[in-house]
Ligand binder design. Structure first.
Ligand code: MUC
Ligand code: MG
Length: 369
């Protein structure tokens, strides 16, 4: 059924240093997976992460090794199965490795959607929208530079919602930085913050109170990944939206977080969920629990970004929009036609499969040797 599975690491410098509490990125390593089926279709998937092992449990190198050593031989050995049965066989034979599983699943769905002449969104239950709102992340590390960057984005109609990466300075310094940006951009511009799990619960109470009073709209992952009790208490204590990001790793954890009222918003990431299908399952759990949705990113390049957009286009409500800006942070384009960002939104292609065409010469030039 599948005759070749190739994992390619591509190194692309970012347009500026991207400073987060978990890592400062100057280059992003895209993890691209190309699958060729025996009936002649080519499917692409992506398993990009942030900061090596700084963010999640899989690194670009572990994904490549595990796909080559375990996923590829398994896929080549499976005969006569449909996509659902193939994914089931992967689940049965391979534990963990959500990013690698997401990349392989994306490529198989890309192939199947091409075979059926439909966009990937239609395999996932069907799109409810043809574009998704996209915010921008301010992470230069400098307040004045961030304000200037945001003003440029608003003027160009690229983004009008901003997320600020905080958590590496003292709470007071972070609050001062965020509120200066909020004041400069004005009432109508939504400001959210991502603490990337660095606050203790006491620091969180102090920081969230000040940010809520200052007009910030959302606090992302204030406390440690496993500190669900703190997330629950903060969600109950404050009116401001508290969003789970790193604590949310697929449908079972979505169920646990929902059951414990440990977030008012879920940041759905297809790689963290273990695939596009599982990302949609997280969306369903949120819907049933009355939790709002936000489309997250692992700062993927265009493949993971558009795959996520296909999944998020099927969500009933996407109350907090998305952060699918990954390709815009990179200095090189690996598509023959870039993704379409306009009027503060990203278009979800209507053509078959993922609806993108890779520039394989460019990929060859950028690949890690
Ligand atoms: C994260 O924690 O949300 C998403 C956007 C960004 O700048 O960093 C990522 C990771
Ligand atoms: Mg986050």
């Amino acid at each position: 059924m599948y005759k070749s599975i190739e994992t390619i690491l591509v190194e692309i410098p970012t347009i500026r240093p991207h400073k987060m509490a978990v890592a400062t990125m100057q280059t992003q390593t895209l993890v691209l997976v190309k699958v060729v089926s025996e009936d002649g279709f080519i499917g692409w998937g992506e398993a990009t992460t942030i900061g090596g092992l700084g963010y999640a449990e899989e690194s670009p190198e572990s994904v490549k090794t595990n796909i080559e050593t375990y996923f590829a031989p398994l896929l080549k050995s499976l005969k006569g199965l449909n996509v659902a049965q193939t994914l089931k066989a992967i689940q049965k034979n391979i534990n963990g490795n959500r990013f690698a599983k997401c990349a392989i699943q994306t490529a198989l769905l890309d192939i199947q959607a091409q075979r059926l002449s439909i966009p990937v969104s239609e395999l996932l239950g069907g799109r409810l929208r043809d574009s998704v709102p996209v915010l921008w992340v301010l992470a230069s590390g400098d307040t004045e530079k961030d304000i200037a960057e945001a003003q440029k984005m608003i003027a160009a109609k690229r983004h009008n919602i901003f997320k600020l990466k905080i958590g590496s300075r003292a709470v007071e310094a972070d609050v001062e930085h965020v509120l200066a940006i909020k004041k400069a951009l004005g009432e109508d511009v939504s400001i959210r913050v991502d603490v990337n799990r660095t606050w203790s619960e006491l620091n969180a109470i102090k920081g969230i109170q000040a940010l809520q009073d200052g007009g910030v709209d959302l606090i992302e992952q204030p406390c440690a990944i496993d500190n669900i009790d703190a997330m629950q208490r903060l969600t109950r204590r404050f009116d401001i939206a508290i969003m789970a990001d790193e604590s949310l790793i697929g449908p079972s954890s979505a169920y646990q977080l929902a059951k414990r009222n440990a977030a008012s918003v879920f940041a759905v990431k297809v790689a963290q969920s273990g695939g596009l299908i599982e990302g949609c399952e997280v969306g369903k759990i949120a819907k049933l629990a009355g939790i709002d949705l936000y489309g997250g990113t692992m700062l993927e390049g265009p493949i993971g970004t558009i795959a996520s957009a296909h999944a998020f286009s099927t969500f009933d409500s996407l109350a907090y929009g998305t952060e699918l800006f990954g390709p815009l942070l990179l200095t090189e384009e690996i598509l023959k036609t870039p993704l379409q960002y306009q009027n503060f939104e990203l278009a979800v292609p209507k053509t078959v499969g993922l609806g993108i065409a890779l520039d394989e010469d460019k990929i060859d030039n950028l690949r890690r040797q």
